[in-house]
Design a protein around this ligand. Structure first.
Ligand code: HXC
Length: 258
């Protein structure tokens, strides 16, 4: 498939998508989001892929939705879903893990896109923020919902209302990112994490992702019950038999994703 706004690569069992509008700091326009959705769907359907990495470049993961493109949209343009929000839901439907590798700016829709991923690994030059308020608008792809869940209500209010940026150290301290690494090591770190995940049993990986995401949608007792059913379900997989047998035989498991 030919893309104009993203670069797509496969490294073993890891699918890599790079946002690629460097002159506009990877501002997210509708075409880019359509292409991203298509690329993610293809990786998700591909049995040979076990984990996906989404990244930008050293200067920007993404500096937000494309302000030039949306400046003159009318209410009906955006409400009917033809523009901006039409294609932001793709990422949520991906069942394999998606790691965001963030260097530079992750602002507005860029921060929201990173938060839609399953976890964020940040370079030490990363900057996160929801500066939409300065444009007379507000986060529109989950910023006011995912940010408080990730970093607390106080910090989410602070970031969304003052438009200030949060650096990588603060982002890690407040729970938005899972690790911070020197910028030059970012892609190695993200690809290593992705390779590790891709070497596990894919059905088990998918069950764990589903179960953790359930924690955000339900009560503790319902969530624990849901987890237990999935845990029981792993005993119906060949990979559970192989994983435990390999441990007992003191060898590495060879998962067949069955
Ligand atoms: C369109 C953008 C852009 C954006 C940067 N550019 N961000 N174009 N949409 N979101 C363009 C600039 O216009 C400029 O183009 C080029 O990228 C380089 O940007 P500079 O501003 O010259 O770089 P710098 O001085 O280093 O400042 C970096 C920056 C600043 C602090 C990140 O660019 C900035 O504040 N950007 C906007 C951030 C923002 O408000 N994001 C939220 C958008 S609203 P030229 O052609 O002049 O070189 C949003 C809503 C989400 O995201 C809703 C989702 C459904």
């Amino acid at each position: 498939m030919q893309y104009e706004n993203i670069l797509v690569e496969t490294h073993g069992r890891v699918g890599l998508v790079r946002l690629n509008r460097p002159k506009a700091l990877n501002a997210l326009n509708d075409q880019l989001m359509d292409e991203l959705g298509a690329a993610l769907r293809l990786f998700d359907q591909d049995e040979a892929i076990g984990c996906i990495v989404l990244t930008g470049n050293e200067k920007a993961f993404a500096a937000g939705a494309d302000i030039g493109a949306m400046a003159n949209y009318s209410y009906m343009d955006v409400f009917k879903g033809e523009y901006i929000t039409r294609n932001w839901e793709h990422l949520r439907r991906v069942r394999k893990p998606v790691i965001a590798a963030v260097a530079g700016y992750a602002l507005g829709g860029g921060c929201e896109l990173a938060m839609m991923c399953d976890f964020i690994i940040a370079a030490d030059n990363a900057k996160f923020g929801q500066p939409e308020i300065k444009l007379g608008t507000m986060p529109g792809a989950g910023g006011t919902q995912r940010l408080p869940r990730a970093v607390s209500k106080a910090k989410a209010m602070d970031l969304c209302l003052t438009a200030r940026m949060m650096d990588a150290v603060e982002a890690e301290r407040s729970g938005l990112v899972s690790r911070v690494v020197p910028a030059e090591k970012l892609m190695d770190e993200a690809m290593n994490a992705a390779n590790t995940i891709a070497s596990m049993s894919l059905p088990t990986v998918m069950m764990i992702k589903e179960s953790i995401n359930r924690a955000y949608e339900t009560t503790l007792s319902e969530g624990v019950q849901y987890e237990r059913r999935l845990f029981h379900g792993t005993f119906a997989t060949e990979d559970q038999k192989e994983g435990m047998k390999a441990f007992l035989e003191k060898r590495l498991p060879s998962f067949r994703n069955l």
